[in-house]
Design a protein around this ligand. Structure first.
Ligand code: C2E
Ligand code: CA
Ligand code: CA
Length: 594
């Protein structure tokens, strides 16, 4: 009868705070004691009220006692001690409370009035509540129930907190935190079992939803995708939410590749039907990346990174496996990018010059300016090692503006000093021309260094030129009208249409060095060069052969009537001091001959 009433009180008290169990709570391994049936440790000396108290408590709870003079090793939810029990076990009680920190583990003291008067201070750090002797059964049971409720609340909060820390706020799915814990233990299992383990990362790009339906629409779209993927995967494949539009799954240890692909195929069915958000039908197309242990990486974080970097190569057609070289490339890319910023800030670029000679009489007609990057340690980085990054990040514009100014300053200097170099060719990328102020910058730079337009030639690769149209083409036309020459660099390597070439404001074709190589013995190269020369003649363009390395190549292109040559045979690209020395030596040699 009494027990029934207490049970009711306890249940009512619980209900207000109880954290609803179910799928969410299942995700954590927390022990939350039931309203009744908790574990109470009774540390009352046998001489005291032990049997009587144990009798009361057993009506509702499980009672633990020390066995053979040892503190029990089982966990408990509440301890009851008397003064003698406290003296004997207080160290163990403090340890147990510390182990549970910050969660409340209550301890009740059964005390006489004399104990309280004399020793209450001693008990402060360990005791949360006391019950005076002689014990009133009703009061005792109520106090136990109250503390038990406080314990229950603390545990509930702990498990809720664990849930919040380990789950996504919107989807309720395990988050990156929990995913990494699970992946770490799955990798341990795979190591022990000596079997492979695959991780899949799914990315569903939803940026278009964010821009059209705002962040709430985005959240709903993401939640919808998560729900659909759970349906497609079924209850046996756990899905985790790794980011706003990224999900992850850890395949069972030892699942072979075809099993992994089958699961990934289910995810890809997300693309089959549009999702419905705020009344709108939205098409989504998931991309799937796969990383594996042990073949791609040896720890959880690296395996996940492999799956994420595999995403970059994933296309709509199917999942993408991680490839080490892709990742190395990506890593090199970001490192180069950040160092290029530093290079610009700290003037680590140098300009080198390579002479261009008129083939008929080997007279110097110009130099080509070629950029070099000098690292703080002194090493020189050739442009091909950083051009791709510089172009992809737009940093090329800053670099080329520096190059242009440096080149114009050099020509100005050389003209003033009568060094014998009056003209300079500068490389320009399509990215440069796209900048609104491209033509202004070129003109301003010429004006700033007071050099005539005819002293400057811009080199654009065939590929770059054919990317240029509309406004950008107008900019080139404007510069051409001002008298600046424009060369098509690496001519023959692109896929230019002849009719388009005719519309471009170009003045010369620079035959790519690949065709110059062994031209004296390679019939195909000779035929290509002959065709290019014919084309140039018909369009009224000059020709330059680059990459001339041997006397035989030089004679051959000269015999074909190529106007200008450039290559290691004459000189490699060099810094200004070396160029000046080279010019002096040539003059001396010419003087000696003459
Ligand atoms: P490019 O414009 O075709 O430059 C010619 C490249 O061929 C240069 O390489 C040069 O050193 C090399 N070369 C010259 N003569 C010979 C030869 O006889 N044999 C061989 N095998 N190679 C020869 P570099 O300086 O490494 O430049 C590579 C590319 O980087 C350039 O190709 C150009 O596309 C780009 N680049 C260089 N400087 C700049 C710049 O300031 N701005 C832009 N946008 N691109 C630049
Ligand atoms: Ca060039
Ligand atoms: Ca070239």
């Amino acid at each position: 009868m009494y027990a029934e009433k207490l049970k009711q009180i306890a249940q009512i008290a619980w209900r207000g705070s109880a954290y609803e169990a179910g799928s969410r709570a299942d995700e954590t391994d927390e022990h939350v004691p039931e309203a009744t049936g908790g574990r109470i440790l009774l540390l009352v000396e046998p001489g005291g009220n032990r049997e009587q108290l144990a009798g009361h408590l057993r009506e509702l709870h499980q009672v633990l006692l020390p066995h053979d003079g040892h503190f029990p090793s089982e966990p408990f939810d509440l301890a009851i001690v008397d003064a003698a029990g406290f003296r004997r076990w207080h160290r163990q009680l403090i340890d147990a409370k510390l182990r549970e920190e910050p969660t409340f583990l209550p301890v009740i003291l059964i005390a006489s009035r004399r104990d309280l008067r004399r020793r209450l201070r001693l008990f402060w750090d360990t005791i949360d509540e006391f019950v005076l002797t002689p014990i009133d059964r009703g009061e005792f049971m109520e106090r136990v129930a109250m503390l038990f409720r406080a314990r229950h609340l603390a545990l509930t909060q702990r498990s809720r907190l664990a849930f919040v820390v380990n789950h996504d706020r919107l989807s309720g799915l395990p988050n990156l935190n929990l995913f990494m814990d699970r992946l770490t233990s799955a990798i341990l299992d795979a190591t022990v079992l000596n079997k492979p383990l695959y991780v899949t990362v799914v990315h569903v790009p939803l940026a278009h939803v964010l821009t059209s339906l705002g962040h709430q629409g985005f959240d709903r779209a993401a939640a919808f995708c998560a729900k659909r993927m759970r349906e497609l995967l079924g209850p046996d494949v756990p899905l985790a939410q790794l980011g706003a539009e990224k999900w992850g799954l850890i395949h069972p240890v030892g699942l072979p590749m075809d099993g992994v692909l089958e699961v990934c195929g289910r995810i890809r069915r997300l693309a089959e039907e549009p999702i419905k958000v705020d009344g709108e039908s939205i098409r989504v197309s998931p991309r799937v990346g796969i990383g594996g242990y042990p073949q791609d990486a040896s720890d959880a974080s690296d395996v996940l990174d492999c799956a994420i970097s595999a995403l970059a190569g994933a296309v709509d057609a199917g999942p993408m496996f991680y490839s080490k070289s892709d990742q190395d490339k990506a890593l090199r890319f970001i490192r180069t990018e950040s160092r290029l910023h530093e290079a610009l800030e700290h003037n680590q670029f140098e300009l080198w010059y390579q002479p261009q000679l008129r083939l008929g009489d080997r007279k110097l007609v110009a130099v080509e300016a070629l950029v070099r990057w000098r690292l703080p340690g002194g090493q020189l980085v050739p442009p091909l090692d950083f051009m791709e990054v510089a172009e992809a990040t737009g940093l090329i514009c800053d670099i080329d503006r520096w190059v242009l100014a440096e080149a114009c300053a050099a020509v100005h200097r050389w003209r003033e000093q009568g060094v014998g170099v009056d003209r300079i060719a500068v490389n320009v990328s399509a990215e440069d021309v796209r900048a609104d102020d491209f033509a202004d910058v070129v003109e301003d730079t010429l004006d700033r260094f007071r050099i005539p337009s005819t002293a400057l030639e811009l080199e654009l690769t065939e590929t770059a030129l054919f990317e240029i149209s509309g406004k950008s083409l107008d900019k080139l036309n404007r510069l051409r009208q001002r008298g600046i020459d424009i060369a098509v660099d690496d001519f023959g390597t692109g896929y230019s249409s002849l009719s388009y070439l005719h519309q471009l404001p170009v003045t010369s074709l620079k035959i790519d060095k690949a065709f110059v190589k062994d031209v004296d013995t390679n019939d195909t190269n000779a035929a290509i060069i002959r065709t290019i020369i014919l084309l140039a003649r018909n369009f009224g363009l000059d020709t330059v052969a680059e990459g001339i390395e041997t006397e035989a190549e030089a004679q051959y292109v000269t015999s074909l009537d190529v106007a200008v040559g450039q290559g290691y045979l004459y000189a490699k690209p060099m810094p200004e001091v070396d160029l000046r020395r080279w010019l002096r030596e040539r003059r001396v040699a010419a003087g000696a001959v003459g």
